[in-house]
Every structure is written in structure tokens, then in C-alpha cells.
Design a protein around this ligand. Structure first.
Ligand code: FES
Length: 116
């Protein structure tokens, strides 16, 4: 279980985990959601764990929406690059750079992510 983590920004406002919507996905699926004005991909790995990553593929900056979830990775629907859902690292070409992976947890039925 995670403890409550809250940081203060330079302007003195609180910053912490924010809701990315309900934890309602079936294992092996993903959904595009808007969190704090940013589009993110919320995915549930086949082991049941939730993850959240940036919505744009690093190969050609196209959306990962509709990408197939394989184990704990997501496959770009455009040219097949594969990214680790836990770290955002590249697992398969043609991408060479990773994507942003947000620290994620589930709390009271909500997927919570740390907005990096
Ligand atoms: S845009 Fe994702 S692999 Fe090309």
C-alpha cells in the first residue's frame, strides 16, 4: 500500500497523485483519457496491473490509442513499435526512444497517476 505523497511546487500549491478515471478496464485493454488537460493512455496489463503512459508514440508522434496490450507492454497500432507499460522503454522497433510512463496506483476504484 502506498502512503500519501504530496509535494509542494515552487508556487506553494499542493501536487500529488490525480485521478485518471475509474479502474474499470478488463486485463489486456487500454483507453485514452484526458488527465489535467493531457491525453494519456491508461492500460491494464494482462496481470491486472494498471499503468498510464503518454499517448503519443515516439516513432512518428502518432497516437497509441487502440494499441494492443501484450503482457505489460503496448504495441503502437501504426508501425508496430512496442513499449513497456511500466517504464515507457522501447521493447521493439521502429521506435528508438521511450515514452513517458506515469507512476500509477489504484485507490478507491480510481486509477491515480503522478503527473510528471
Ligand atoms: S508511429 Fe508508432 S510505430 Fe510508428
Amino acid at each position: 500500500m502506498w502512503g500519501q505523497i504530496v509535494l509542494m511546487t515552487d508556487s506553494g500549491t499542493e501536487r500529488g497523485f490525480v485521478s485518471a478515471g475509474p479502474a474499470s478496464l478488463a486485463p489486456g485493454t487500454s483507453e485514452t483519457r484526458i488527465v489535467g488537460g493531457r491525453e494519456v493512455i491508461v492500460a491494464r496489463a494482462q496481470d491486472g496491473a494498471y499503468h498510464a503512459v503518454a499517448s503519443l508514440c515516439s516513432h512518428a508522434q502518432l497516437s497509441l490509442a487502440g494499441g494492443r496490450v501484450r503482457g505489460a507492454s503496448i504495441v503502437c497500432p501504426h508501425h508496430g513499435a512496442r513499449f513497456c507499460l511500466k517504464t515507457g522503454g522501447v521493447l521493439g522497433p521502429p521506435a528508438h526512444e521511450g515514452i513517458l510512463a506515469y507512476p500509477t496506483r489504484v485507490e478507491d476504484g480510481e486509477v491515480m497517476l503522478w503527473p510528471l
